[in-house]
Design a protein around this ligand. Structure first.
Ligand SMILES: [Zn+2]
Length: 572
């Protein structure tokens, strides 16, 4: 490459108007379609999942260093991955307005990036290379080098999208190359297309260490479950604590152009037979829920999915869910429907608590609110449960009780309607200074009232799983005007390592058995105790001093007697 000079305006811009005679009416739609095809990246429209992926910010207002897009096939993950690659090479996102806060990317230009993908030959030539070539306009004048088998090795961009000098280079590596070949590259950013083997990820991370650059994964989560434990599980937007990791999940259906799965709505104008060849789907948003429509026809997606016979693989390829998690106990759980934005619990909702005591690990104390709205569980009337907070408690029983009381005060109440306690612990003896007694007794003495022991008859465990699943089922809410589950989790209040959300979403069956794994079981036990108890809403009674209440009730038997304490008080 010689000295770079700024190209003349649109040096190799095709003549979109060629062939039109002056004075002839111009087919504006045709010209517009040609320009859009040429400047494709400028006109990139993001699906809601892609948009979240591109705009995510952590608690510090920054884009997390590691982003994961776990998506079904044909969901548009490679497109957004490659768009991010080109954007990072250029230092800006051409498809956003230049006034958009996410237009500029805080990265030095020129830079060096790396794209890792599964198999060089096939993946690179059939998917990755065409993707790059489609999105980089010719006037950027990409300089390409190739491996001996002809697949893409590197791509240098002399000019950026605006026609300004750029000079960034993108290297391409495949997962069949030895991990050592990844060590030599000092990269400013890395894009993993499909999950890399662990040795390769580690080798590449060493090359990226000095730059502390960002990386993003775009993948169908079929392989390398270590990625799940190392990243997805820790992501701050997935119930974890790491502010530098964010994960996004999308179903293939997010990218459907003519059917909205959420609304079960067919958009006829977007069906392929009603669109002129080469034109974009005319209806951009679902008329029902206003979500941005995708770019794949429903018939094409269905045709693709019906060829997958393994149900676990299908779940990964259709829903973007990790294949190794297909043994989830609560398969119906979805972050979209079962998490709610935290709100202050209304004073007239009924409070409940669930306790799962432990010796070696922290005792779980779960805080829930039962709303007055009725639902049906196992054919009986129940009420919706909102889990809004939790504590992981260690120390002596008295320290535990003190922390619970402080927490209650912070949540503006003194006594819940019931405290459901794991029955095997409730009856178990604990040693105190003076003698041996039970948890139930000790908690009671320390001022925890309303203790109810969990159901523990034979068969109650499997009954409990069924009851929780029943609670997780969406039921119509007249208040919200739509279906919502009978059991929900506060997005903030239930987040965190070892918190209720993490436990609920990761609770899985032991391979080939009808028992769940031990990890992530603790809060799930709590949900199970509560679901079996099936708490029914009662209006909380105003909290009055028990001694005074007793006196009033005693007096209440003698109605004829005037009692100044009773005056104006409506007692039952
Ligand atoms: Zn819709």
């Amino acid at each position: 490459m010689g000295a770079m000079k700024r190209p003349a305006p649109n040096p190799v811009m095709p003549q979109f108007l060629a062939g039109y005679k002056p004075g002839d009416p111009i087919d504006k739609e045709k010209v517009r379609a040609e320009i859009k095809a040429y400047l494709k990246l400028k006109f990139l429209q993001m699906t809601p999942t892609q948009e979240a992926f591109v705009r995510v910010k952590n608690r510090f207002g920054r884009m997390p260093k590691t982003r994961l897009m776990e998506m079904g096939n044909q969901g548009g993950k490679t497109t957004i991955g490659i768009s991010e690659d080109i954007a990072h090479a250029m230092g800006f996102r051409p498809w956003l307005k230049n006034t958009d806060p996410d237009f500029k990317i805080p990265i030095k230009v020129p830079n060096v990036g790396m794209v890792g993908c599964e198999v060089a030959g096939q993946t690179l030539s059939q998917r990755i290379e065409p993707g790059f070539m489609e999105l980089i306009p010719k006037y950027c004048n990409p300089q390409i080098s190739r491996y001996s088998d002809g697949s893409l090795k590197s791509l240098m961009l002399p000019f950026d999208y605006m026609g300004n000098p750029c000079g960034s280079t993108i290297h391409f590596r495949s997962y069949v190359q030895p991990s050592e070949s990844y060590e030599g590259i000092i990269s400013d950013w890395i894009h993993w297309d499909e999950p890399p083997p662990r040795a390769i990820l580690n080798a590449a991370a060493r090359g990226e260490m000095s730059t502390n650059g960002p990386s993003w994964f775009t993948m169908t989560p079929l392989k390398e479950p270590y990625i799940y434990d190392l990243f997805s599980l820790k992501a701050f937007n997935n119930g974890g604590d790491d502010q530098e990791i964010a994960v996004f999940r999308g179903a293939t259906w997010d990218n459907c152009q003519d059917w909205c799965r959420g609304c079960n709505l067919t958009i006829e104008a977007n069906q392929p037979e009603n669109i002129a060849p080469g034109a974009a789907r005319p209806v951009r948003r679902c008329p029902g829920c206003r979500k941005t429509m995708g770019f794949m026809p429903r018939a094409g997606i269905e045709n693709y999915l019906k060829k997958i016979t393994d149900p676990d693989e299908r779940e990964a390829r259709e829903e973007g869910k990790w294949k190794h998690l297909s043994g989830s106990v609560y398969k119906e759980l979805s972050r979209d429907t079962h998490l709610y934005p935290d709100f202050e619990i209304p004073a007239d909702w009924m409070r409940i608590e669930v306790v799962d005591p432990h010796d070696a690990k922290p005792t779980r104390w779960l805080f829930g609110a039962v709303s007055p709205e009725e639902i049906s569980i196992a054919g009986k009337t129940a009420n919706r449960i909102y889990w809004y907070s939790y504590l992981l408690l260690g120390g002596t029983l008295h320290e535990i009780v003190r922390r619970v009381k402080v927490h209650r005060a912070e949540k503006v109440y003194h006594h819940p309607e019931m405290v459901i306690l794991d029955a095997k612990y409730g009856a178990r003896t604990v040693k105190t200074m003076e003698n041996e007694t039970s948890w139930e007794e000790e908690l009671e003495k320390a001022g925890i009232h309303g203790i109810v022991l969990s159901h523990s008859a034979p068969g109650d465990v499997s009954l409990g799983h069924k009851a929780v699943k029943d609670y997780l089922r969406p039921q119509y809410s007249a208040l919200r005007g739509k279906e919502i589950p009978g059991m929900l989790f506060a997005t903030q209040g239930c987040a965190g390592d070892r918190g209720p959300i993490q436990d609920a979403f990761n609770y899985r069956w032991k391979m080939g058995s009808d028992k769940p794994e031990e990890d992530f079981k603790d809060f799930c036990d709590c949900f199970r105790y509560a679901a079996l108890e099936q708490p029914v809403y009662k209006m909380p009674q105003p909290e009055i001093d028990p001694a005074l209440a007793k006196m009033l009730l005693d007096k209440g038997d003698r109605k004829d007697e005037y009692n100044p304490l009773e005056y104006g008080l409506a007692l039952k």
